[in-house]
Design a protein around this ligand. Structure first.
Ligand code: FMN
Length: 410
């Protein structure tokens, strides 16, 4: 989202703004430089630093590195720089690697990675090996952008697809600059099994690439979310209409991925009240997402990763009882959005979450875990270099000890 941390996650697209790092509903990124300069604070031994069991996998702390698109993967094949970046952050309890296209037709952000070729598997293997060498765990976020794309990013003759032929108000960033998002091709019923199979094949490849598990990206306005919400899904077949139908694609994809990995290594990201920068919303989020979580729980997936509020922006812009989701879900509940080490620690200590996913704090603080442990202040993000600027603003943020984390692995 353009970092927009806004709504969607990823960057790269914005509702008309001309820059890469857009933002949420307010269309402005949170001034993280200010927020993140605050002192962290959890006392040593804090709740966030306690190990946790994820269905037989012991995670050394409850700090998750949230998925973040960084637009530094030209050609879609993860490279040495990507490997260094993730390795530097391997002290997280889990890393969720950035949104990764399950298919060449699922690409919606330039210079973002994929997991649909053998070369990409090899590229990701460098990443997972580096994280494992540091004793870390890394899951891949499986992503299809759906209608938030442009034919220039897709294979010849390809068109962005979505649940319904409804235009969104916004632009995507392409090699030729920003272009408006067009009306998508509404997927025919007989095309949907092919999409599910792309997720299945991506799950197979993620396993070959050495990941520890996968996260299905069902939030932030991308394909699965486009099916979930009634502002984009106007279908009249079994994938449209009541929540039970709109969640069908998510459940079929998740079941397919579980066939490959087993449910113990699969989780789902949801963003129930995130309008995304494109204004993808639902008329009754609680009536939709409570049954969604019940259904995911029946699949016995290992974790839910919930963006609470509008990504990077207000957490209460739309009434929603996130505690209801947590209470109904038997697996690990990961809370995300605007948490600080202190507020995240309190959420875990008070039982509101099992783990906390941090996004922006991990950009400028590769040693976020250590800073949490020692109660050190966090470094500020340089927003000029968040997207696609080589090693600058990516692997050259220093650790609290003053050494350049970039030395790791060199
Ligand atoms: C630069 C950037 C890129 C992001 N890319 C993704 C992404 O690829 N997938 C995703 O689910 N969320 C993405 N997000 C959203 C974050 O995962 C997270 O939900 C958001 O930043 C809120 O958490 P925070 O307040 O801790 O930063 C991105 C956010 C940022 C700042």
């Amino acid at each position: 989202m353009a970092h927009r941390v806004n709504g969607s996650d990823e960057v790269g697209q914005s509702p008309g703004s001309g820059r890469l790092a857009g933002a949420g509903p307010a269309r402005r990124p949170v001034p993280s430089g200010v927020a993140m300069a605050l002192s962290t604070s959890p006392e040593p031994g804090a709740a966030l630093l306690q190990p946790i069991e994820l269905r037989g996998m012991t995670l050394r702390n409850r700090i998750v590195m949230s998925a973040m698109t960084r637009c530094r993967t030209p050609g879609g094949i993860p490279n040495e720089l990507n490997a260094l970046y993730y390795r530097q952050r391997a002290s997280a309890g889990i890393i969720f690697a950035e949104s990764t296209a399950v298919s060449p037709h699922g690409i919606g952000i330039i210079n973002s990675p994929g997991i649909f070729t053998d070369e990409q598997v090899e590229g990701w293997r460098r990443v997972t090996d580096g994280v494992h060498a540091e004793g870390g765990r890394i899951f891949l976020q499986l992503w299809h952008c759906g209608q938030i794309s442009h034919p220039s990013m897709l294979p010849a003759g390809g068109r962005p697809v979505g649940p319904s032929a409804i235009a969104l108000n916004g632009t995507v960033r392409t090699d030729f600059g920003r272009v408006p998002i067009g009306v998508p091709h509404a997927l025919e019923l007989d095309e949907i099994p092919g999409i599910i199979d792309e997720y299945r094949q991506a799950a197979v490849r993620a396993m070959r690439a050495g990941f520890d598990g996968v996260e299905v990206h069902a939030g932030n306005g991308y394909l699965v979310d486009q099916f979930l919400r009634d502002s984009t899904n106007r279908r009249t077949d079994r994938y449209g209409g009541p929540p039970q139908n709109r969640m069908r694609l998510l459940l079929e994809i998740t079941a397919a991925v579980c066939e490959i990995w087993g449910a113990d290594r699969v989780g789902v990201r949801l963003s129930p009240t995130n309008p995304s920068v494109f204004g993808i919303t639902d008329s009754d989020p609680e009536a939709l997402f409570v049954p969604v979580v019940d259904a995911l729980d029946r699949l016995r997936i290992a974790f839910l990763d919930v963006v609470e509020g509008a990504t990077g922006n207000a957490t209460d812009q739309c009434p929603f009882d996130f505690g209801r989701l947590r209470a109904r879900f038997g697996g690990v509940y990961i809370a995300n959005n605007r948490y600080t080490p202190a507020s995240g620690n309190a959420a875990v200590r008070e039982g509101r979450a099992d783990m906390i996913a941090f996004g922006r704090p991990f950009i400028a603080n590769p040693d976020l875990v250590e800073r949490c442990a020692r109660g050190l202040a966090l470094s500020a993000v340089n927003w000029e270099t968040v997207y696609g600027s080589g090693e600058r603003g990516y692997t050259d943020y220093p650790t609290s000890g003053g050494s350049s984390a970039a030395r790791l692995g060199s």
